[in-house]
Design a protein around this ligand. Structure first.
Ligand SMILES: [Zn+2]
Length: 325
């Protein structure tokens, strides 16, 4: 039987690009339907045993089982190009009955298994995440309590809380439902901190609370202090900036003179060309050549407009150097 392996682990969300996901959503699995352990045999029969799911914690809401699960399997396609196909992986994922229920989370057509978007519509998962955030909040209130157990007091503990949440994610604890953070090399979204603390993310939302602290302010302070990094709204650990590196793009030779234009090799560098010049005797011209800014982001290769500008600048540079000889 030809099986389409669905890798639902959020760490491998990119893999979903390789699977066909139907947009017709029949319904949420009925509340109080079969438990996940009763649904798994049929799920594995259709999908195969790669990956496998292990329940670490079940949360029942209105009879509907939502579970924090460990997912383990082998990498099918390594889109990072690191050739890890066939290597084992493990991750953690929030699942519910919907994921494993036929015609809600998946369906078969002939020999092919398709993923369905039913689980995305499941309100019980949202409820489970909300309850988990309340639970973590209670733990923090106990840990960081002031005389009144005031929740706004927690906002002063945002740095400690962020590092504690990172520790929890590393330990495989349930912190958020969702996919994005891990595939961006991060731990969780800023929104999750807000949900756990029960407070606003941005100033504009804070007018009712008259609260001087906002999550964003605190997060930005941590970024400025080089304690953490941010990718969009995803919290990452601070990484030392890479040393600058350049890749040569254009070389012009003119009467023995050589001009070279290079692009920044990674995204943490200033978005500008590096221009270098050598005399006919092979000695580098030791003058400060100010960077020519790139108009377009060079991530996907330089734009023709940028190349035309740098070529003109390079020729001008050579002409002027020749005149000075
Ligand atoms: Zn569900």
């Amino acid at each position: 039987m030809k099986k389409l392996k669905l890798i639902a682990s959020y760490q491998f969300a990119n893999f979903l690009q390789s699977t066909r996901v139907s947009i017709d959503v029949p319904h949420i699995a009925e509340k109080g339907g079969d438990m996940i352990k009763d649904l798994l045999p049929r799920f594995y029969e259709a999908h195969g045993m790669d990956p496998t799911y292990t329940t670490l914690r079940s949360i029942f809401i209105d009879g509907h089982e939502v579970a924090w699960m460990r997912v383990g399997g082998t990498i099918q396609n390594d889109y990072t190009g690191r050739g890890r196909e066939g290597k084992p992986y493990t991750g953690h994922e929030l699942c519910c009955e919907c994921d494993f229920t036929e015609n809600v989370g998946w369906k078969t057509e002939g020999d092919t298994v398709f993923g369905l978007l039913g689980p995305n519509k499941c309100i019980y998962r949202d409820a489970a995440e909300y309850l988990r955030h309340l639970e973590i909040r209670q733990e923090y209130l106990k840990k960081f309590k002031d005389a009144h157990g005031d929740r706004y007091f927690l906002q002063e503990k945002i740095p400690e809380i962020i590092f504690d949440l990172i520790r929890r994610v590393k330990a495989g604890e349930f912190v958020e439902d969702g996919g994005g953070a891990a595939s961006y090399g991060g731990y969780f979204y800023v929104q999750t901190i807000a949900s756990i603390l029960g407070c606003a993310i941005a100033e504009g939302e804070n007018f009712i609370l008259h609260d001087p602290f906002t999550i964003w302010q605190k997060v930005r302070e941590l970024v400025e202090d080089k304690k953490i990094d941010l990718e969009g709204a995803i919290i990452q650990l601070y990484r030392k900036p890479k040393s600058p590196a350049w890749k040569e793009l254009l070389k012009i030779k003119d009467a023995g003179w050589t001009g070279v234009a290079s692009l920044p090799a990674h995204s943490k560098m200033k978005c500008e060309w590096k221009l270098e010049l050598w005399r006919p005797d092979g000695c580098p011209v030791d003058t400060e050549i100010s960077g020519l800014a790139l108009i377009h982001d060079p991530t996907f290769g330089p734009d023709t407009e940028d190349v035309a500008r740098v070529e003109e600048a390079l020729r001008k540079l050579i002409d002027e150097a020749k005149k000075c000889e």
